[in-house]
Design a protein around this ligand. Structure first.
Ligand code: HEM
Ligand SMILES: *[C@@H]1O[C@H](CO)[C@@H](O)[C@H](O)[C@H]1NC(C)=O
Length: 317
């Protein structure tokens, strides 16, 4: 940035903050305007996770799939309109992304407790992801707030920018790099797969055809996942899919990664050492996971007067 542009940027930021419009996120965004917002989100997430443990995993994934497509702007929540097709139809989300009803319930309860719609759907996704991790035994962190909601969505960007489970390490690194996330963020955040389940169709080729896999693990997998059909049958991404722990990483070290992209992180490449470290050190994993979640949550937020606070997370106002 030239010094002239820099001066302009500083002036714009000064003016916006003078007008009471924030241009960056902060953890206290709703502290004055609705102090009950965050406790309410925590309560609804807690009740939902108690009813179905997996929904915590699903909510964590929704925030990831939101942030990787044009930033954390709740674009993933929008249904199709005449102007765009929903990101819910994109390959990584169709018949896969879930937890939308919990987001709608949170939005309803938060708007009720606040008395008016002040909390964005994008912030709800970020806080629900944190509260889900906490509910399943993982670390907590201070969620940065003040994101606003998009007025559009992009199915094609969702197809292009959300990484695929068939990627190798260089492609995964590249996909995260495009979001401003580094190799450590990639490995730490992939640790999200300490939670939740995957459908057969996404790991079938791995358990039938790949060689960097523990033979007993492959054998077990084939029992739940037949070579033909059964594509939506489910298997856990690690042996303890409802607990945030290091089993995902120790599993990779023993060649028991479920997805091709999981095992790619421990396959003789540059990320082996990080996987090994996290497999033995819960403290290091949980600390790095929390900082990378904050970093992911900061991807291209809409702030100030950009975007809107949706009344219904599924629809543009
Ligand atoms: C590194 C690239 C990644 C790839 C290729 C990937 C791919 C996948 C796939 C294929 C599934 C199974 C979906 C299904 O069966 O319908 C899945 C599930 C999941 N992913 Fe990822 N993922 C990645 C990174 C992440 C990140 C960064 C997070 C969060 C921090 C995350 C959180 C989850 C969770 C929690 C589930 C389970 C969801 C549930 O049970 O509903 N993933 N992922
Ligand atoms: C295994 O690989 C072969 C050859 O690429 C392919 O035709 C087949 O569909 C694969 N099997 C599974 C279960 O994915």
């Amino acid at each position: 940035m030239g010094s002239y542009n820099f001066c302009i940027a500083v002036l714009v930021m000064f003016n916006l903050s003078f007008m009471g419009i924030s241009t960056s996120l902060n953890p206290y965004f709703y502290a004055k305007v609705c102090p009950q917002a965050l406790p309410t989100i925590k309560q609804v997430v807690g009740a939902a996770v108690k009813q179905e443990r997996r929904v915590g995993a699903s909510l964590l994934r929704l925030h990831f799939h939101d942030c990787f497509v044009n930033g954390c702007d709740a674009s993933i929540l929008l249904d199709s309109t005449s102007a765009f097709t929903s990101e819910k139809n994109a390959l990584p989300n169709a018949n896969s992304a879930r937890g939308f009803e919990v987001i709608d319930r949170i939005k309803y309860e938060v708007d009720k407790v606040c008395g008016w719609p002040v909390v964005s759907c994008a912030d709800i996704l970020a806080v629900a992801a944190r509260d889900s991790v906490v509910a399943l035994g993982g670390p907590s962190w201070e969620v940065q707030l003040g994101r606003r909601d998009s007025t559009t969505a992009s199915e094609s960007k969702a197809n292009n920018d959300i990484p695929s489970p068939f990627m190798d390490l260089p492609e995964l690194i590249n996909s995260f790099k495009k979001q401003g996330l580094n190799v450590k963020d990639l490995v730490a955040l992939s640790g999200g797969h300490t939670l939740g389940l995957s459908q057969c169709r996404l790991f079938k080729n791995r358990i039938y055809n790949e060689t960097n896999i523990d033979p007993n693990f492959a054998h077990q997998g084939r029992a739940t996942c037949p070579p033909n059909g059964g594509d939506s049958k489910l298997a856990p991404l690690d042996p303890s899919p409802a607990s945030f722990d290091t089993n995902y990483f120790s599993n990779l070290v023993s060649k028991k990664g479920l997805l091709h992209s999981d095992q790619a992180l421990y396959n003789g490449g540059q990320t082996d050492y990080l996987v090994k470290t996290y497999s033995k050190n819960y403290g290091a994993f949980s600390k790095d996971f929390a900082s990378s979640m904050i970093k992911m949550g900061n991807i291209k937020p809409l702030t100030g007067k950009r975007g809107q606070i949706r009344l219904d997370c599924k629809k543009v106002n």
